[in-house]
Design a protein around this ligand. Structure first.
Ligand code: SF4
Length: 279
């Protein structure tokens, strides 16, 4: 059994919150480059260039990529051979978020649903913990902006809707979302499981780097077909018209109940932020 002090987790979460909010991944920058080669609208092209420039400034000056520094969504893969000492895992993560958002001068965006009173420190975080084999802890911090999260949906399709039903719903969702999720977006899709599991699959699918192909050829094909349909909508970068409405479509799938066909669409804005560390 390996002992890990939860104070180490607090420190990692703090650093990851700051880094995720100021350093866009190379895969996203490469996707911008690729999009610039395909974009035909002069305005769309200009916006893509500005997004790249914005990412450069954020990284160099250590400032947030976007004013909306998001809900701190944390994925933890906890090795079953790990013995956590020194405190409570969840509280150590909340404390890391507290410190990261404070020390990194990141906007605190979390509030009481009714009174809208701000919690003041961007907590609570949303924590998804999975126990895995091994003696390590992997932490991924994925801040999620409100604009794109608001455009996300879960729907319980009927089995007879089939793949055509998935395509119809996803493309319509992106169409209705228009400029709200700050395109170009990454569209995360969760298929199967239960109501809540489909949403989690959609969110987890966004963690896959943009330059990694879906390992399932059937899903890779479906991703490509949906992306093609989305990029025919003409919404374009920032919704001002153009070819590139989305940079990628990512799908995760699992079996579902014989009576069900759950589908979730989690839309991610161009500020595709996530950083991970392994302890
Ligand atoms: S949706 Fe994304 S890019 Fe738009 S304001 Fe929110 S975090 Fe920023």
């Amino acid at each position: 059994m390996r002992e890990i002090d939860v104070n180490l987790i607090t420190e990692k979460v703090k650093d990851l919150c700051i880094e995720a909010n100021s350093v866009l991944g190379d895969d996203v920058l490469q996707a911008f480059d690729q999009a610039m080669k395909q974009e035909e609208s002069p305005m769309g092209l200009e916006i893509l260039k500005e997004l790249k420039e914005n990412a450069r400034i954020a990284k160099e000056e250590k400032v947030p990529i976007c004013q909306d520094t998001g809900f701190a969504v944390i994925f933890v893969e906890l090795g079953q051979e790990v013995h956590l000492v020194g405190g409570d895992l969840s509280e150590s993560i909340h404390e890391g978020v507290r410190r990261g958002y404070q020390d990194g001068y990141l906007r605190k965006s979390i509030c009481h649903p009714f009174t809208r009173a701000n919690t003041g420190d961007n907590t609570p975080a949303i924590i998804h913990t999975e126990v895995v084999p091994g003696e390590k802890v992997k932490i991924t911090v994925a801040p999620k902006g409100g604009g794109s999260e608001n455009m996300s949906r879960v729907v319980m399709l009927t089995p007879s809707d089939g793949i055509a039903g998935i395509k119809r719903f996803v493309v319509q969702r992106v169409k209705e979302s228009g400029s709200n999720p700050c395109p170009p977006t990454i569209v995360g899709i969760g298929i199967g499981g239960t109501f809540e599991q489909a949403a989690l699959l959609a969110k987890k699918s966004l963690l896959r780097p943009l330059d990694h192909k879906n390992p399932d050829p059937e899903l890779a094909k479906l991703e490509s077909e949906i992306l093609t349909d989305i990029n025919k909508l003409g919404i374009g970068p920032q919704g001002l018209g153009g070819r590139i409405t989305s940079l990628a479509v990512h799908i995760m799938m699992m079996p579902c109940h014989i009576a069900s066909f759950p589908l979730a669409v989690n839309i991610q804005c161009h500020a595709q932020r996530h950083k991970e560390a392994v302890i």
